[in-house]
Design a protein around this ligand. Structure first.
Ligand SMILES: [Fe+2]
Length: 298
C-alpha cells in the first residue's frame, strides 16, 4: 500500500493482488479536491486504469464536479435517462425515473440496454473518438447479483507472446453498435437512428500517451479490414476469450456508496445478471469525452 499525505487528506492506493485495478481510501469525493489530492488520484488512475472508492456519499452535482476534473463530460441526450436533469449523468437502472417503480422486464429499451451491457464491451466504442473514462456511482443495489466485471486489456496485451502481438498491430477493427444488437438477436434500429451512430474503424492495438498498449475490443467490434465477417467474428471472439481470462479481470460486488472509475479504452466491462423484475438497481454514470481518435502502434 502506498500512503501519500496531502494538505487535505491521507490518500492510500492499494493495488489489487492480481494487479487489475486499485482501491483508493482516505478521500471524500463530495468535497473539492486540492491539486495534490487530485494529482495522486489521477496518477493512480494512469497507473492502474481502474480505481475503486468505497463509502462515498455523493449528490449528482458532486459526482459531476469530481468527474469534470478529468475533462469534458459527454451528454446523454434522452431526458428520461438523465439523473436530476443533469444531461451529463446517465441513470443506469431498472427503476423508472418518473414512477419510481421497477420497469417491465420486456420494455424494449430496457431489454436492449440490459442485454447489450451483459456482453463484454467498451462504452461507445463505435464512435470515431472513443470516450476516455467512465465513472459508476452505486446508489441502490440488489442484495444479490448485479456485479460488474472488468477486464484489463493492457494486462492481456502484455501477456501475449511477442510474435502474436506483432501480428495484431496492423489490424483495423470496425466497431458498429448494430453488431451488439445482432449478437443478441435484437431487431436493427431504424435507418435514421443508425445513421446517427455510424460505424467507426479503430486499431486493434492502441498505444496510450504513457506508452502502455491495449487491445481495443468489445461487443461492438463487428469486423476486421481484409477479413470476411465469419473470419473476423471468430478471430474477435477468440481474442475476447483470451483477454477476459480470470487473471486479467476483476469482479466488483457493489455496495451503495461505491464509486468506480475505469479507463474506457484499456478496460472492458460487463454487467452480471440480477433479479430484474424484483430487485432495484440504480447507478449514476458519468463519462469523460475523448479528444482524438485512437493512436495505432505503428
Ligand atoms: Fe457500459
Amino acid at each position: 500500500m502506498k500512503l501519500v499525505k496531502t494538505v487535505s487528506s491521507t490518500i492510500s492506493i492499494s493495488p489489487r493482488r492480481n494487479g487489475i485495478g486499485a482501491e483508493i481510501s482516505g478521500v471524500d469525493l463530495s468535497q473539492p479536491l486540492d491539486d495534490d489530492a487530485f494529482s495522486i488520484i489521477s496518477n493512480g488512475f494512469q497507473q492502474h486504469r481502474l480505481l475503486v472508492f468505497r463509502g462515498q456519499n455523493l449528490s449528482v452535482k458532486q459526482q459531476v464536479a469530481f468527474s469534470e476534473r478529468f475533462g469534458k463530460l459527454e451528454d446523454f441526450p434522452d431526458p428520461k435517462d438523465q439523473a436530476d436533469g443533469y444531461k451529463t449523468v446517465l441513470r443506469v437502472s431498472n427503476i423508472d425515473r418518473a414512477t419510481g417503480k421497477i420497469k417491465p422486464v420486456n420494455d424494449p429499451g430496457h431489454k436492449s440496454f440490459t442485454l447489450g451491457t451483459s456482453s463484454w464491451h467498451i462504452d461507445s466504442s463505435f464512435r470515431t473518438v472513443p470516450s476516455l473514462a467512465s465513472m459508476l456511482y452505486a446508489i441502490e443495489m440488489p442484495e444479490e447479483g448485479g456485479d460488474t466485471m472488468f477486464a484489463d486489456t493492457t494486462a492481456a496485451y502484455d501477456a501475449l507472446p511477442e510474435n502474436r502481438r506483432a501480428a495484431l498491430h496492423q489490424l483495423m477493427v470496425v466497431h458498429d453498435f448494430e453488431e451488439t444488437r445482432r449478437r443478441h438477436k435484437l431487431p436493427p434500429r431504424p435507418p435514421e437512428v443508425q445513421a446517427a451512430t455510424p460505424p467507426a474503424r479503430h486499431p486493434l492495438v492502441t498505444e496510450r500517451e504513457n506508452g502502455r498498449r491495449a487491445l481495443f475490443l468489445g461487443s461492438h467490434a463487428a469486423g476486421i479490414d481484409g477479413m470476411n465477417y465469419e473470419e473476423a467474428r471468430a478471430f474477435l471472439d477468440d481474442l475476447e476469450v483470451e483477454a477476459t481470462k480470470p487473471e486479467f479481470t476483476y469482479r466488483h460486488q457493489w455496495s451503495s456508496g461505491d464509486l468506480l472509475l475505469f479507463d474506457n479504452i484499456c478496460v472492458m466491462h460487463q454487467a452480471m445478471p440480477y433479479d430484474l423484475a424484483n430487485s432495484r438497481r440504480l447507478l449514476h454514470r458519468t463519462t469523460v469525452a475523448g479528444d482524438k481518435p485512437l493512436a495505432s502502434v505503428e
